[in-house]
Design a binder for this molecule. Structure first.
Ligand SMILES: C[S@@+](CC[C@H](N)C(=O)[O-])C[C@H]1O[C@@H](n2cnc3c(N)ncnc32)[C@H](O)[C@@H]1O
Length: 335
């Protein structure tokens, strides 16, 4: 395992501007964008199909992203992007030894939990999710459970030595309660790590994103729809930090990264990350917006499709040098 801390890490909220190439182009090979096929073995009754995507019935009214193979591929690509960002590390938390009991909240395909279990054979890792999209086979020290993180947790108090939570901003309605539950079930001295991103707007340092950008239309539509669900999509790293401190965690640190959308940047590392994110965003725009906008936001199917298609076309053109912020917020329960 590489243990070097990534050079791009900045323990503040303002890493420097990302430089664009002289002529950022959109030489994308559409053929290379992976397609996926549906498994024939899954019980069709567990799923709801809408707009060509498959959603898990258990997530209904709780989580609006699909759970089909396309989405599972996307979640695994996000994991790869984080590995690249952290120079192949799984966490920004400095662990001196294998933490005993580990919880991965909203584990998705289980890829982080499996990798963590592999790197820490002395740990017992639980991956918890609403939807059963984890592999049936698993390592001896990793298990998967199905539950709702917004309900009362059934674990013993003071149980976990490390709690990891990545990309649950579109899911958790009551963050203070969620963090209080983490605190209650964390052992004294345990570490927690919350990994989130800014959802309220895309960012741009060089004026290439116009006022009427499709990015703004897209993020505004997401925000207003999330609001109707009672989800605050406007949290930034400092909000998570404050809520973690209010829950009782100490030594709370923020590590902030800029993630370019597409390959418009000169910086080779960010270009690679932007390339991975391009693939993530190609299906991610629909994954985030289609069900949310049509089922919650009150958008017509045509309107939702247009918002999604416009934003995808915009990042494919790569003329707007747009990025978002990815935040790792680490903390510790006092001994
Ligand atoms: C965007 S995915 C992130 C997956 C994973 N953390 C990762 O980074 O690869 C969010 C996951 O959280 C799960 N989820 C959403 N709301 C949840 C809840 N209330 N309880 C448990 N899992 C939830 C979803 O089913 C989905 O798998």
């Amino acid at each position: 395992m590489a243990t070097n801390v990534p050079e791009a890490v900045a323990n503040d909220l303002n890493p420097g501007p990302i430089e664009a190439e002289d002529a950022a182009t959109s030489d994308w090979d559409e053929e290379s964008i992976a397609s996926s096929t549906q498994s024939l073995t899954e019980s069709i009754l567990d799923h709801i199909y809408q707009g060509g995507r498959r959603y898990h019935r258990k997530s209904k009214e709780q989580y609006f992203l699909p759970s089909d193979d396309t989405e599972q591929d996307r979640l695994d690509m996000i994991h790869e992007m984080h590995l690249e960002l952290l120079n192949r590390r799984l966490t920004m938390t400095k662990l001196t030894e294998d933490p005993g009991n580990v919880l991965d909240c909203g584990c998705g395909t289980g890829i982080w939990a499996l990798d963590f279990g592999n790197e820490h054979p002395g740990s017992q890792v639980v991956g918890l999710d609403l939807a059963p999209i984890q592999p049936g086979w698993t390592a001896p020290n990793v298990k998967f459970e199905l539950d709702d993180l917004e309900k009362e947790w059934t674990y013993a108090p003071n149980h976990f030595n490390f709690i990891h939570s990545r990309h649950l901003a579109v899911s958790i309605k009551d963050w203070p309660k969620y963090l209080r539950q983490m605190y209650y079930h964390a052992a004294p001295g345990a570490n927690i790590e919350v990994v989130e991103y800014n959802m309220d707007k895309m960012l741009c340092d060089d004026g290439t994103m116009p006022e009427n950008s499709a990015y703004h239309t897209y993020t505004d539509a997401l925000q207003s729809s999330l609001q109707k669900l009672g989800i605050d999509g406007g949290y930034h790293a400092t909000d998570y930090k404050r809520m973690m401190q209010e829950a009782g965690f100490v030594d709370v640190n923020i590590y902030a990264f800029k993630i370019p959308i597409g390959i418009w940047t000169r910086n080779p590392k960010l270009k690679k990350i932007g390339f991975i994110f391009y693939h993530i965003a190609t299906t991610g725009a629909e994954a985030h917006a289609y069900s949310l906008l049509t089922n919650v936001g009150g958008y017509s199917v045509e309107n939702a499709r247009k918002i999604i298609d416009d934003v995808v076309a915009t990042f494919k053109r790569a003329k707007e040098h747009v990025y978002y912020m990815e935040y790792y917020i680490t903390g510790r329960k006092p001994k």
